[in-house]
Design a protein around this ligand. Structure first.
Ligand SMILES: [Fe+2]
Ligand SMILES: [Fe+2]
Length: 220
């Protein structure tokens, strides 16, 4: 059972199945990981006991690996393989799909106008961000760097994660919460479900860095 006095980030680290429940209820466990669980539930109009029970059920049905106890090189290699590489691939596919939808359906009022431009910008920011992690921060951690020497690069990454969070909120606004209109074609539907998946994976990815990797590297 979870400790309801903990923060969303702590609970997501020690009970990874909680991430699915948090995503379902739109509780921000990555950039907003410092929020206390109980307060976050109340703010969202949820009963903390109900959410805690949901997490228990989720944990039984779908065991998820815990990364807070694994060696840091393993955590880094998981982040690179599970999140960095697929994100680059998904962004290209989704940007192309958005361009096609805007080109073909631009005259419909429900068309997500401006989505392609937003994705092109987001793509560039994410690629630059991941390059910094891959070329500077992660090698420093792998070389044994800990504590004060990592403060500055980690501060920059945290700020950029907040910017990613703002970009995700913008994507939701442009796409009516990723819910396609009834007239949407197959590409349009696939685009929205792909963006929904991108949002979940980016939140898990940022959570793993903000709430697991970075604190351990800073305190290690
Ligand atoms: Fe990353
Ligand atoms: Fe990151």
């Amino acid at each position: 059972m979870i400790d309801t006095k903990e923060t969303l980030g702590q609970i997501a680290s020690t009970h990874p199945a909680a991430m699915h429940v948090f995503l379902r209820h739109r509780l921000d466990f990555c950039c907003g990981g410092a929020q206390k669980f109980t307060e976050a539930c109340h703010t969202a109009g949820l009963d903390p006991n109900d959410v805690a029970s949901e997490i228990a059920v989720e944990a039984e049905g779908r065991p998820v690996a815990r990364w807070d106890t694994k060696p840091l090189p393993e955590v880094i290699s998981f982040i690179l393989n599970r999140y960095h590489e697929p994100l680059r691939r998904d962004l290209s596919v989704l940007t192309e799909a958005a361009a096609r939808v805007e080109r073909v359906h631009g005259k419909k009022p429900s068309c997500p106008r401006g989505l392609t431009e937003c994705l092109v910008q987001f793509d560039a920011e994410l690629r630059e961000h991941m390059s910094k992690e891959e070329q500077v921060l992660f090698p420093a951690i792998l070389a044994g760097g800990r504590g004060a020497q990592l403060h500055m690069p980690i501060r920059v990454m945290l700020q950029e994660h907040d910017d990613h969070g703002a970009n995700l909120r913008r994507l939701r606004e442009l796409t009516t919460q990723f819910i396609p209109p009834p007239e949407a074609c197959a590409t349009w539907r696939a685009l929205y479900s792909g963006l929904d998946k991108l949002e979940s994976e980016l939140m898990e990815h940022i959570h793993l860095e903000n709430n697991v990797l970075f604190p351990r590297a800073l305190n290690g």
